[in-house]
Structure formats: structure tokens, C-alpha cells
Design a protein around this ligand. Structure first.
Ligand SMILES: C[S@@+](CC[C@H](N)C(=O)[O-])C[C@H]1O[C@@H](n2cnc3c(N)ncnc32)[C@H](O)[C@@H]1O
Length: 286
């Protein structure tokens, strides 16, 4: 087999994943195409149009493909390995489509649903409250049937399940995620491990690959567009120019105060008392 480490494989992800061996990856992070359709959605909404792929399939075909891709990823991931899958809630003619609809049909064990609060989003229409969040699903491949798995180190676990960072702005790819996102996923899981293998099966402008490289791991990307592969390769070559974002994320992984120290300081009682007072004053009422 060709060397696939520290490379971006050009091709369709389902076909290319099938060529990778079992036990290939320790962890993966991805954001697949969301199947949002390509029709014009109004003056404020920037349509996502990929260079060499459609974002408009029947929902049935889309979900079947995502299940097949996720199950291939499960096969190539080592036991005890993890995968972070970024997606969002969508609506089709008023019916909400939740990623759980297909995630529950995959082989993965779902550990957590993380909210990514982007703070802003283009679609401002009155059908629903302004949707400014996306989701990140932390999926696990159990080792020895142990579904509970390993605990995170406190410096990572003390972060909440709501992640707040703005969408990426300085990137010409139509739908990149910010570098902080894959950095947080990979660093939190592989902190105490050296030279692991990270995969992104829809690698786009290479954000996950960059995060892996900056954290000292091997990476493999799969991407269907030559244009985005060239973008990613250029980013990987000039990775030092994104050092400030890297440092900013690393600075967040610190233990200022453990849960036990907070408990001993009585911060929970104090916090609960304040919350109750706010409720009584009607501040949460409307
Ligand atoms: C949401 S974007 C990923 C962006 C990436 N996370 C980043 O930060 O740049 C999805 C990517 O999947 C690619 N893609 C779509 N269909 C594909 C397929 N069947 N096989 C491989 N790549 C595909 C698109 O070209 C696009 O770059």
C-alpha cells in the first residue's frame, strides 16, 4: 500500500477509506458536506458550493452515505479510538432533521453532544429563532466492550460542553471550521500520547491536518477537490503563520481550580443560591 501518512489522498472518501487497513487511525475530526441544497436562500445567506462535489442529494441517499462513511471510519479506527463529527440541525419543508437520525444507525458509541456556539450565522429568517450553533458528536470505538472509556485530564474536562469560537473568516474555502475546533478535540484526547494518526475524511482546506501537525501527530486527509488540496498543502507548509491561534487554544487548557477545590470553597452552594434569587426575581421568566 502507498504511504498514506502525512498525505492528502485525492478522491471520493467512501472509495478511499475502503483502501485503508484496520487499526489505521487513533482519532479523526471532520465536518462533512451538510446536504443543505444549493438553491438560493435569500439575500443574507451565502450558499455553500463546493468546487468538485454536490451538496444536494436526496436526504435518504445522503444519510445512507454518511452511515457507510462512518462505519468505514469505525473499521479503520483502533479500539479505544475516537472520532469527532461536526454537523448541524437542518430543516426540510419545516421538518427538523437531527444528526442523531443517522448517527444511531452507525457502529459508533456516542459519548457526547457538544454545542459549538458560533455567535453568528448568516440565516436570519423568522421561521425559527436565529440558529447560531452547530453540533460536534464525540464518537468512541470501545476497547474490550468498555463503553465508559478513559477519563479526560482535568485541564480538558474542566472545559464545558459548550464551545464558543467564531466561524473561520480568513479562509477561501466555502465551509471551513476554525483551527481551535480540531485542536481542542485532538489535544484533549491525545495529550499524553506521542505520534498518533489523525484522519479527516473530508479534509477541505486542511484545518484538522494542520491541528494534527502542530500537535506533533501524523495526519491523513481525503478530499475530492484538487483546488482544496492545494490550499491545504500550502497551509501545512506555512503552519507557523497560524501559531497565534494554536497558542490561544493551548492557553485555555489549564486547571485554575479543580472540582474538589471549588466544592471546598462552597462555590456550588453560592452559585445555586444566586440562581435561585434570579429565578425568584423573575429574571428567567420571559
Ligand atoms: C465542510 S467541508 C470541510 C472543511 C474543512 N473542515 C476545513 O476546515 O476546511 C467538506 C469538504 O468535503 C469535500 N467533499 C465533498 N464530497 C466529498 C467526497 N465524496 N469525498 C471526499 N471529499 C468530499 C468538499 O470538497 C469539502 O472540501
Amino acid at each position: 500500500m502507498k504511504n498514506t501518512l502525512n498525505q492528502i489522498i485525492k478522491g471520493d472518501t467512501k472509495t478511499e477509506l475502503a483502501k485503508l487497513p484496520d487499526n489505521f487511525a487513533d482519532i479523526g475530526v471532520t465536518s462533512p458536506p451538510y446536504n443543505k441544497g444549493e438553491k438560493h436562500k435569500g439575500w443574507l445567506v451565502k450558499n455553500v458550493e463546493y468546487d468538485n462535489a454536490t451538496d444536494k442529494k436526496s436526504e435518504h441517499e445522503y444519510q445512507a452515505e454518511q452511515i457507510a462513511v462512518l462505519d468505514e471510519l469505525y473499521r479503520i479506527t483502533k479500539e479505544g479510538g475516537n472520532f469527532f463529527y461536526n454537523h448541524k440541525l437542518r430543516w426540510d419543508k419545516g421538518r427538523m432533521i437531527h444528526p442523531m437520525e443517522w448517527l444511531l444507525k452507525t457502529k459508533w458509541s456516542i459519548r457526547q453532544e457538544i454545542i459549538w456556539d458560533r455567535g453568528i450565522a448568516a440565516n436570519i429568517r423568522g421561521w425559527r429563532f436565529w440558529q447560531v450553533e452547530e453540533r460536534i458528536y464525540w464518537l468512541c470505538k470501545p476497547k474490550n466492550s468498555n463503553l465508559i472509556g478513559k477519563e479526560l485530564l482535568s485541564k480538558h474536562a474542566l472545559m464545558t460542553s459548550v464551545w464558543r469560537f467564531l466561524p473561520e473568516q480568513k479562509n477561501e474555502h466555502p465551509a471551513p471550521f476554525p483551527l481551535q475546533l480540531p485542536l481542542r478535540c485532538i489535544y484533549s484526547i491525545l495529550d499524553d500520547k506521542k505520534k498518533c494518526t489523525v484522519i479527516d475524511p473530508y479534509s477541505g482546506s486542511g484545518t484538522t491536518l494542520l491541528a494534527a501537525k502542530m500537535l506533533g501527530h501524523n495526519y491523513t486527509g481525503i478530499e475530492i477537490s484538487d483546488k482544496y488540496i492545494a490550499m491545504a498543502e500550502d497551509r501545512l507548509k506555512h503552519f507557523e503563520s497560524e501559531r497565534a491561534v494554536f497558542n490561544g487554544e493551548m492557553e485555555k487548557h489549564v486547571v485554575k481550580e479543580t472540582f474538589e477545590e471549588r466544592k471546598n470553597r462552597g462555590v456550588y452552594n453560592h452559585h445555586n443560591k444566586n440562581k435561585r434569587a434570579e429565578l425568584k426575581d423573575g429574571l428567567f421568566g420571559c
